[in-house]
Write a protein that binds this ligand. Structure first.
Ligand SMILES: NC(=O)c1ccc[n+]([C@@H]2O[C@H](COP(=O)([O-])OP(=O)(O)OC[C@H]3O[C@@H](n4cnc5c(N)ncnc54)[C@H](OP(=O)(O)O)[C@@H]3O)[C@@H](O)[C@H]2O)c1
Length: 306
């Protein structure tokens, strides 16, 4: 048997339960993974609360968790690239990584380097691939000055490091308590809230070439529009961002094993760190989701299984 976090009605973290079930069977092109670590994302909370129901309704009992690292323990038909016992990381085939066992499409997985801690490996793929896709689509390149809103969060902290690795100058927004964290990642920190554009202008020496928003606030979007001349170089992934009002683009993630491998290589080279604020056991689901829902996670929260 296998433990999994499920919910059978929409609501707060209290609707989550840990259940025992048969491990799932991999379909064509899939592998089953004995999960060792799985990151949490705001998307998990949006699915659980029902805010996602218009375009992604829950199928009760619904599982959660989109990213994982673990050991392949069953291989479906047509899978040649992975064998039982291999250590891998990547996206789950469908929400369900917050469990002892989960399914994944073999084509989306990459080998986990031995030197990468389980907790970091299990929290790399979703936020990392979102950050990488968006910076690519915003054309962030060497010499650019890029403004990243919500720079201390899961997506933001990876976006800062990827942009720095590309040779960009990064200005990142966060509360005061995260400013040293942002400096350590290579960004110039600024406080979010009223007067943001002015503060960014001061530290950026005038112009900003691109803005990537993960916070979704009016302050962030208004400052982006004020500071970046080319609207096509402003984008947001924040769930609540009013993109129509500001005439900016909503960005989405493209996932590929090739892109994920590049992120793993950056991590191995010491240029991308997955900062894990805290790990939880599956039995601590309520606590973990309450912390996520608070909206002030530094880096990532991760379920760590034995
Ligand atoms: N994770 C993904 O792969 C993914 C993919 C697509 C879309 N998204 C969306 O992108 C957004 C961010 O995701 P995430 O995983 O990065 O979230 P997260 O890790 O939960 O973000 C938490 C961070 O947000 C910062 N923050 C809170 N209020 C802020 C404000 N007013 N201005 C600027 N920063 C603020 C916090 O910094 P302080 O503590 O310093 O306030 C904290 O570090 C969400 O809406 C999510 O649905 C995420």
């Amino acid at each position: 048997m296998s433990s999994a976090i499920v919910f059978t009605e929409y609501g707060g973290p209290e609707v989550l339960h840990l259940v025992e079930a048969e491990p799932p069977t991999p379909a064509e092109g899939q592998v089953r993974i004995r999960v060792r670590a799985a990151g949490l994302q705001p998307a998990d909370s949006l699915l659980r609360s029902g805010r996602f129901r218009a375009f992604m309704p829950a199928r009760f009992p619904q599982r959660l968790g989109n990213e994982l690292a673990g050991v392949v323990d069953a291989v479906g038909p047509g899978v040649a690239e992975f064998q039982i016992g291999q250590e891998v990381l990547g996206p789950a085939a469908a929400p369900g990584a917050h469990a002892d066992h989960a399914l994944a499409d073999a084509a989306q997985l990459v080998t986990k380097p031995a030197g990468l801690a389980w907790s970091e490996a299990g929290a790399l793929s979703a936020s990392g691939q979102t950050a990488a896709t968006c910076l690519h689509d915003l054309g962030v390149a060497e010499g650019d000055t890029v403004l990243i809103h919500g720079a201390a969060g899961g997506v933001g902290s990876m976006a800062v490091q990827i942009a720095v690795a590309r040779g960009a100058h990064v200005v990142g927004t966060a509360s005061e308590r995260n400013h040293q964290f942002l400096r350590d990642l290579g960004a110039v920190p600024v406080l979010y809230g009223a007067g943001l554009a002015e503060r960014v202008r001061e530290v950026a020496g005038g112009s900003v070439d691109a803005a990537f928003d993960t916070a979704g606030t009016d302050d962030a979007l208004a400052a982006s529009v004020e500071l970046v001349a080319d609207r096509s170089r402003i984008g947001t992934v924040a769930a609540g961002a009013d993109v129509e009002r500001y005439g900016i683009r909503r960005m989405s993630t493209r996932r590929s094993a090739g892109q994920l491998r590049e992120l793993v290589e950056l991590a191995e080279a010491g240029k991308l760190r997955v900062f894990v604020q805290r790990t939880f056991g599956l039995a601590q689901a309520h606590e973990a989701y309450k912390e996520l829902d608070g909206g002030h996670v530094r880096g990532k929260l991760v379920f760590l299984m034995s």
